[in-house]
Design a protein. Structure first.
Length: 242
């Protein structure tokens, strides 16, 4: 009897330790993804006119703020438990969260911010701040959560055998497509083309800053692969069910 109790206590201790280690790993990966926003800010400020740098820096902070709030209120609920369909229908505004949902939220929030910054970066110097915020609202409330539900949370694409390795489709593809559509609708930056429809050289661009940005963003993406975190989340959720 004592031996069985000892084994049970050891098993519970191991499970608790694994839970702590998984949570710490997810937090580390979340911090690495969020730090990539520094690289995106350098990338954007290095490709625009110097007089607009303050606007871009303010835009990035506001995009992160708006994305975090709207993803918590609506996006996370749309992203979870799609049940083979298009959108999730639970976990809105923090309701019915369990421990695993909190760890999922902090990492998915980081990916949501990353996707929104990629999308809004495509329309730099083209619109005003309030349009940036509206564009971020659309990305964090509908566009990113839909992709997340389809590819990672039992959505129709995942059930068809689609595999999104490292958030390639959820973050980069959807962020790029969203930015492309926004750019197409808005049109080119004022002064980018001359009277002969040839691209004018932007004298204020900073090639060194752009290269620093590339290193910062690539380091964040390659050091800690996002699909590895998703694997840990799935394993942890499976253990919770068992």
């Amino acid at each position: 009897m004592v031996k069985l109790m000892t084994i049970a206590i050891m098993e519970k201790t191991i499970i608790d330790l694994n839970t702590v280690l998984h949570t710490v790993w997810i937090i580390i990966c979340t911090v690495m993804v969020i730090l990539s926003q520094v690289g995106y800010m350098m990338k954007e400020t290095g490709t625009i006119k110097m007089k607009n740098n303050s606007v871009i820096l303010l835009k990035t902070i506001l995009v992160i703020s708006v994305s975090s709030i709207t993803f918590f209120l609506f996006g996370f609920g749309f992203a979870l438990e799609a049940k083979g369909g298009i959108v999730g229908q639970d976990h809105f505004i923090g309701v019915n969260y369990i421990y695993a949902d909190y760890t999922k939220f902090i990492f998915y929030f980081a990916l949501c911010v990353k996707m929104s910054v990629i999308a809004t970066g495509s329309i730099g110097e083209r619109i005003e701040i309030d349009r940036y915020l509206f564009f971020s609202f659309l990305n964090s409330t509908f566009i990113f959560p839909l992709g997340l539900a389809w590819c990672w949370n039992n959505g129709w694409l995942q059930n068809m055998g689609f595999i999104d390795y490292g958030g390639v489709a959820i973050v980069h593809l959807m962020g790029g497509l969203s930015g492309f559509v926004g750019t197409y609708l808005i049109g080119p930056r004022i002064g980018l083309f001359n009277s002969k429809n040839a691209i004018s050289y932007i004298a204020d661009d900073d090639k060194f800053l752009q290269e620093q940005a590339e290193l910062s963003v690539s380091d964040s993406d390659t050091d800690l692969d996002k699909q590895s975190v998703n694997k840990y989340l799935i394993e942890y959720e499976t253990k919770q069910i068992k």
